[in-house]
Ligand binder design. Structure first.
Ligand code: G3P
Ligand code: MG
Length: 224
């Protein structure tokens, strides 16, 4: 059975640094956190970078769609955007357990899963878990990473969660913290589960009490 760290810093370092950046990984490590999560999307020229939104506007100095800009264009206007390679390299250097979330731009689901997981198969030490809200992306990635741990990622548990879980060969479920109650826990019947995004100690305690293996948080310093 997969062993989860109790606290996973959300989008690299949560609120401690700009999201999905190397600075976030360093900040997470510095506050004693042992695990991080980050989102991976492809640029127009197929480079996996750390990015949450389909557009660059909110988190970078660039404007427009990620999938319409090359890596060089993005990096030229915002040098803080890391490649997957840089993020995995730094995570491994820091000894961080890592949840790699495949975050495909619309229409790029299979390509994103395949490109990212093909790269991971050659370069990642496997210390962590892969997930995606997109089943297409996760299944495409699974083909290239048959031995890695995958988690089923969903907001609320869907009616066909068991079929999705088995199709993916998943070992855990990641859920929206607000959608978890005792009935959901009973449905999961002992399968490890983790929840995002929990930023206060009382909610964390309630979820651990229900059996959460881990929580994703923007406040890894606060919840240690
Ligand atoms: O993977 C857990 C969590 O990161 C999912 O939500 O939108 O922050 O990627 P989001
Ligand atoms: Mg994420």
């Amino acid at each position: 059975m997969i062993r989860y760290p109790r606290i996973i810093a959300h989008r690299c370092g949560g609120d401690l640094a700009m999201e999905n950046t190397i600075a976030g990984l360093v900040a997470a490590k510095q506050c004693g956190c042992r695990a991080v999560e980050f989102d991976v999307m492809l640029t127009a020229d197929g480079v996996p970078i750390l990015m949450h939104d389909e557009t660059l506007d909110r988190t970078t100095h660039c404007r427009g769609y990620v999938a319409e800009h090359t890596f060089d264009q993005i990096r030229a206007c915002d040098p803080r955007v890391p490649t997957l390679g840089e993020a995995i390299g730094e995570s491994q250097r820091l000894g961080l357990w890592t949840n790699i979330e495949l975050k495909p731009a619309t229409g790029h689901e299979e390509e994103t899963g395949a490109v990212v997981c093909r790269w991971l198969a050659r370069n990642w030490n496997g210390n962590g878990v892969v997930s995606s809200f997109s089943e297409k992306s996760a299944l495409a990635g699974r083909q290239h990473l048959p031995h890695a741990a995958f988690a089923l990622l969903c907001d609320a548990l869907p009616a066909d969660w068991r079929q999705q879980f088995e199709r993916l060969g998943a070992v855990a479920v990641h859920l929206d913290a607000q959608r978890v109650d005792a009935a959901v826990v009973q449905t999961l019947a002992g399968i490890p589960w983790a929840v995002w995004t929990v930023n206060d100690a009382a909610t964390a305690a309630r979820l651990y009490g229900l059996g959460a293996a881990a929580i994703f948080t923007d406040r890894p310093d606060h919840l240690q």
